[in-house]
Write a protein that binds this ligand. Structure first.
Ligand SMILES: Nc1nc2c(ncn2[C@@H]2O[C@H](COP(=O)(O)OP(=O)(O)OP(=O)(O)O)[C@@H](O)[C@H]2O)c(=O)[nH]1
Length: 412
């Protein structure tokens, strides 16, 4: 059965209610976040509705291929009227002399060791910048807290934005002062399809055998930047035809149906607030976004695609089983139950799961980190309605994932 559409029949699963176990965790030591073994007691990290990170500074990560228009976007944002005092972090690897940025704010020579210059801009915004990312640079910047209320991080040369998101998820790390608001990816409308099709080439020199094996086409940097994005700007629209723009948009949606897509020229986004800045992509899971993602977009890309698992509202006891499913899938790269599956990897995950006692749980995941919080039911959501988990990844066979999840929920 094809579960692509949100109109699919939903299996009925009603079980007795019990306590909810919620986790934020990773098993990848490289991510330097708390790691839990199955035997460990799982901390209850349920956040209440009022526990929003209001005192934390939002950070938006701007990724994109060389020349896609990242600096043009930063310049554009810095000159708009948004009332924000923005600090810019430029992540420049290698020989920075060759790639010196020409931001609107010209004094860009600070390093993490020196005091950070703050430059007032005409629109009331104050800009400062640090070069090089890394925890130390951000911590250093945070010592100047109060002078800015928003951070933009341009990730020049950073191949994989999935590695950076976990830095902001735990309260004892950077997450106590900053929260990740969203990842914005710029793609060059003229070249992005070529970049995605380089899957059989050797575009990413840093990939190991893992990335070239039975998964099929190679995971390119363009795939990684698109699959992790919350907002995608298809930039340089002036250089291609309308037909080509449609082709690019369809290909991008087939990879990441959760992201909002905007076609731009010179990175000029019509609306910044709520579309590109202050989007809370890691603490909100909007019903409408999941509905859009589950619409059944064509699977035009053979490397990464978006899939939706739809199922019935869960009892509290079944919520614990869902937690087991997520842990097994994200930490062990396996599916619970005796179910045949091919090797897979999950880049991004979002879900809304209503419970039979009238709550709604919001699930967020990046790679093997995930987080479940209690949210507010939306006006259109009926109590005990349909649960949806949207997965963006490679090697995901939707029917196998759903079968595994339903097996676990039925055996609860
Ligand atoms: N024709 C056209 N040129 C653009 C557009 N957006 C940016 N550019 C130009 O493209 C070039 C690269 O833009 P940048 O903003 O520097 O791109 P970037 O992503 O920061 O580049 P790197 O830092 O090298 O990765 C510049 O010459 C821009 O003026 C656009 O929409 N159309």
């Amino acid at each position: 059965m094809d579960h692509e559409s949100s109109d699919d029949e939903i299996p009925v699963l009603v079980k007795p209610e019990e306590k909810v176990n919620l986790t934020v965790a990773s098993q990848d030591p490289a991510l330097e976040v708390a790691s839990l073994n199955e035997d460990d007691e799982i901390p209850n990290l349920v956040k209440g509705l009022d526990d929003t990170p209001t005192s934390k500074v939002p950070i938006t990560i701007v990724t994109g291929y060389l020349g896609a228009g990242k600096t043009t976007l930063l310049n554009y944002i810095l000159t708009q009227q948004h009332g924000k005092k923005i600090a810019v972090i430029l992540n420049e690897f290698g020989d920075t002399i060759d790639i010196e940025k020409q931001l609107t704010v010209s004094d860009m020579n600070s390093t993490e060791a020196k005091p950070i210059p703050f430059v007032p801009l005409a629109n009331g915004c104050i800009c400062c910048s640090v070069k090089d990312v890394g925890v130390a640079a951000i911590e250093n910047l945070m010592e100047q807290r109060g002078k800015f209320d928003y951070i933009l991080l341009e990730t020049t040369g950073l191949a994989d934005p999935g590695n950076i998101a976990p830095m902001f998820w735990l309260d004892d790390g950077l997450g106590s002062t900053i929260f990740l608001d969203g990842i914005v990816t710029l793609v060059d409308a003229k070249n992005v399809i070529k970049s995605l099709d380089e899957g059989f080439g050797d575009e990413r020199k840093d990939v190991g055998d893992h990335d070239r094996d039975e998964h099929g086409p190679l995971l390119t940097t363009a795939h990684l930047q698109i699959s992790h994005a919350d907002v995608i700007l298809v930039n340089k629209a002036d250089l291609v035809s309308k037909k080509e723009l449609d082709r690019v948009s369809a290909r991008i949606k087939s990879i990441n149906a959760l992201a909002k897509i905007e076609i731009t020229t010179r990175s000029q986004v019509p609306k910044l607030d709520g579309f590109l800045l202050d989007i809370h992509a890691y603490d909100e899971v909007k019903d409408a976004d999941l509905k859009f993602a589950s619409k059944g977009h064509s699977h035009l890309d053979r490397t990464i695609s978006t899939h939706t698992l739809s199922f019935q509202a869960l009892s509290q006891e079944q919520v614990s089983s869902l937690d087991v499913f997520l842990r097994t899938m994200l930490w062990e790269d396996e599916l619970p139950g005796n179910i045949a599956f091919q090797r897979f990897e999950i880049h991004r995950l979002k879900g809304r799961v209503p419970t039979t006692d009238g709550k709604v749980l919001l699930i967020q995941g990046v790679r093997n980190i995930y987080d479940i919080n209690e949210g507010k039911p939306s006006q259109s959501e009926k109590p005990g309605g349909v649960s949806k988990i949207v997965l963006i990844g490679r090697g995901v066979v939707q029917s196998a994932f759903l079968e595994s999840l339903l097996w676990l929920l039925h055996s609860t």
